[in-house]
Design a protein around this ligand. Structure first.
Ligand SMILES: *Cc1c(COP(=O)(O)O)cnc(C)c1O
Length: 431
């Protein structure tokens, strides 16, 4: 399988090269040149996620050095439970049982397992700007891996206390930089570093941000697995409702459906950031400034994976046919969290709450089929929002509690590139 740039200028590359590059050299995003057709009978009934993933992903790494490593990569990256449970009217795909209690563990662990097999002897510095869940997942995935160092930048005072603990508890090969600025400053500094050819070579810079194909592909696997499971049980392809920000998680679902997996309608649940909702309501694609909401990991005004969706669909009109979008306000998020325990016996995180609300808003006719609500984070990660609404403490999963107890390490820096560049240039060799 070759990967093309959405901008059509950069030459096609194999899966491994696309993962190592992150962004294509023409500024586009890598997409598979075609989608393999994988009918359900290719997947044995009752298979677990870790067995389903290699069958789905084999065509996507065919012809690449990763092909012979795929089974091992999937076994290593998908070694935590991904339950599909029942909650009063719909199913819940619980993607938050990994080391940092959010679905980003899936992509980050798969990418790390791939890069560890691709990087050769050359030491690599994985550089990430993060506004929350990504940085922790990437740090966890690369922590203690020989030949890798992680440098992550996060905005001071803009992440929750528990998120900050996850960004700073690693030590060893993880350097956490607390930037006196906002997320856009962090992102700009990372972009400048990648644009600095000398620095890029010297520090062996590698990207792990959400546009990496190595993070998207494994996400398609849980949709394939959940779609097959519900379809075998009920005879109907389930619909999926996905809390969406940068659209990476939703795009993976649409890719799985393109491959012929039993996946019905896809609903993107968004927060008060209107870009996606406006587009699916028939408007132009018009990125906006980001608005802060309770579902912070979905606060994205210019979702970068739209470029991939438009490329796959071929036109804005066709893209609107792939999915629909439902906007959920902060007031509705609060209400969904508050009523979660009584109505469904569940405590939702603010992101999952947007999808639950979107399910409640489904027209009666659509609600006839089975639906899967995608639960993207554990509510204990957002206890400051959730606990006052449900009036109870939300117990932390043991893995999360263990991270919270660790000492925190970070270095404070300003939002200027020059000082950041100096710091990156002077980092000691990677063991
Ligand atoms: C990142 C994130 C999202 C949004 O996912 P995208 O792939 O950016 O659309 C939703 N929920 C949580 C908890 C997240 O961390």
């Amino acid at each position: 399988m070759q990967y093309l740039s959405t901008r059509g200028v950069a030459p096609p590359v194999g899966a491994g090269a696309a993962m190592l590059a992150g962004l294509a050299p023409d500024g586009g995003l890598y997409v598979p040149e075609q989608f393999p057709l994988l009918p359900p009978d290719r997947f044995p009934p009752g298979a677990h996620l870790a067995d389903t993933a290699p069958r789905l992903l084999a065509p996507f790494v065919a012809g690449d050095a990763l092909a012979t490593e795929l089974d091992a990569v999937c076994a290593e990256a998908l070694d935590f439970p991904v339950p599909l449970t029942e909650a009063g009217g719909f199913r819940v795909l619980e993607l938050f049982h990994g080391p940092t209690a959010a679905f980003k563990d899936v992509g980050a662990r798969f990418l790390a397992a791939c890069l560890a097999r691709l990087a050769g002897d050359r030491p690599r510095t994985v550089l990430v700007a993060t506004s929350g869940d990504t940085g922790g997942a990437v740090a966890a995935a690369f922590s203690g891996r020989p030949g890798f160092r992680v440098v992550l930048l996060y905005p001071r005072g803009r992440v929750s206390d528990r998120q900050e603990a996850q960004l700073t508890c690693w030590g060893e090969n993880v350097l956490s930089l607390r930037v006196d600025g906002d997320f856009d400053d962090c992102q700009r500094m990372v972009k400048e570093a990648f644009g600095d050819t000398a620095l890029r070579a010297r520090a062996g810079l590698t990207s792990a941000n959400s546009i990496s194909i190595g993070r998207l592909l494994p996400q398609a696997a849980y949709y394939a697995w959940a779609g097959l499971t519900v379809w075998r049980e009920t005879g109907t392809a389930p619909g999926f409702i996905i809390p969406s920000g940068n659209l990476g998680n939703s795009l993976a679902c649409l890719w799985a459906r393109r491959c012929g997996l039993p996946i019905g309608p896809v609903v993107l649940a968004t927060n008060a950031n209107e870009t996606v909702g406006d587009f699916f309501a028939g408007g132009e694609w018009a990125p906006r400034a980001t608005v802060q909401t309770l579902a912070t990991a979905m606060d994205v005004g210019n979702p970068s994976n739209m470029e991939r969706l438009l490329h796959m669909a071929g036109s804005p009109e066709a893209a609107r046919g792939e999915a629909s979008a439902v906007r959920v306000s902060d007031a509705e998020i609060r209400a969904a969290i508050r009523t979660g325990p009584g109505r469904y016996g569940r405590t939702w995180c603010p992101h999952t709450a947007t999808a639950v609300r979107a399910w409640e808003l489904l027209p009666a006719e659509a609600a006839q089929r089975p639906w899967v609500v995608v639960a993207t984070a554990h509510p204990a990660k957002f206890e400051d929002v959730v606990e006052p609404l449900v009036g109870a403490e939300v117990p932390m999963p043991p893995a999360l509690a263990e991270l919270m107890a660790r000492p925190r390490h970070f270095v404070e820096i300003g939002p200027e590139f020059a000082a950041f560049r100096e710091l990156l240039s002077d980092l000691p060799g990677i063991p």
